[in-house]
Design a protein around this ligand. Structure first.
Ligand SMILES: [Zn+2]
Length: 241
């Protein structure tokens, strides 16, 4: 593969993943991945039981553990880079999201369940609030975005939104039906608007940490290599630790 090996969507036992952060990092080193992001669930919706990250104490502990792994990787001259991430459920309340997420502590924020223009407005409102308090956003992405919710309507407002806030689209090995040819028009729009695309495996166990071949084939199939390169550029310019 000519591109770096990346998996930007991994869960640890801070939410519904089976392994600890250390076990994930060890396995990623063995698999010779280049970039991984640990993105545990953050939610106060009906899925709240999924995650321990619902108070300042556990969030700080999570971030400390991730930072110490980042330092270990750098100090041991490992080529693997670890991003401190979070997967934010957009069915959570606005107050919960604003109260507990300190944006400057994260390298990557994924949003899940962007399924309507109402949710786009909800997210836009939060992003605009964050914009007032922080100069540099972390990398932002959509987790397992399902094109069927938007595919048959006007796609331009969605694309303008993604473009404006530099939010990437994720090819996720767990959801092959989202990348069907029936959404060709949607993928054409991603290309036209130069929306960054990334790869995430939604790994809940280390056994699928490197299921990145199929998403990468999809990126090639829809001629989105340039979009992938935009994402790789932001990864390379990230200041980790
Ligand atoms: Zn996930």
């Amino acid at each position: 593969m000519p591109f770096p090996k990346i998996n930007l969507h991994i869960h640890s036992n801070y939410s519904d993943g089976k392994q600890t952060i250390n076990q994930i990092v060890d396995k990623a080193i063995k698999l010779e991945l280049d970039y991984i992001a640990i993105t545990d669930h953050f939610t106060n919706s009906w899925k709240a039981w999924f995650s321990t990250l619902n108070n300042n104490e556990t969030i700080s502990k999570y971030l400390e553990e991730l930072s110490s792994c980042q330092r270990y990787l750098i100090n041991s001259n490992n080529h693997l880079r670890l991003l401190e991430g979070l997967e934010v459920d957009l069915a959570s309340t606005e107050k919960f999201i604003k109260d507990f997420i300190q944006l400057d502590k994260f390298d990557l924020i994924l949003f899940e369940y962007l399924q309507s223009y109402e949710t786009v407005a909800f997210l836009k409102n939060i992003l605009n609030c964050w914009k007032k308090s922080i100069n540099n956003f972390p990398i932002l992405g959509l987790a397992h975005f399902d094109p069927s919710f938007f595919a048959y309507g006007n796609l331009d407002p969605l694309m303008n939104f993604l473009k404006e806030y530099n939010i990437y689209f994720e090819f996720n090995s767990n959801y092959p039906s989202f990348y069907s040819r029936k959404y060709e028009l949607f993928f054409g729009k991603l290309k036209e608007y130069q929306i960054p695309v990334a790869i995430g495996c939604d790994s809940h166990r280390t056994s699928n940490l490197i299921d990145i071949e199929e998403p990468f084939e999809m990126i090639k199939y829809y001629n989105l290599e340039k979009n992938f390169e935009i994402l790789l550029k932001s990864l390379k310019s990230l200041k980790i630790v």
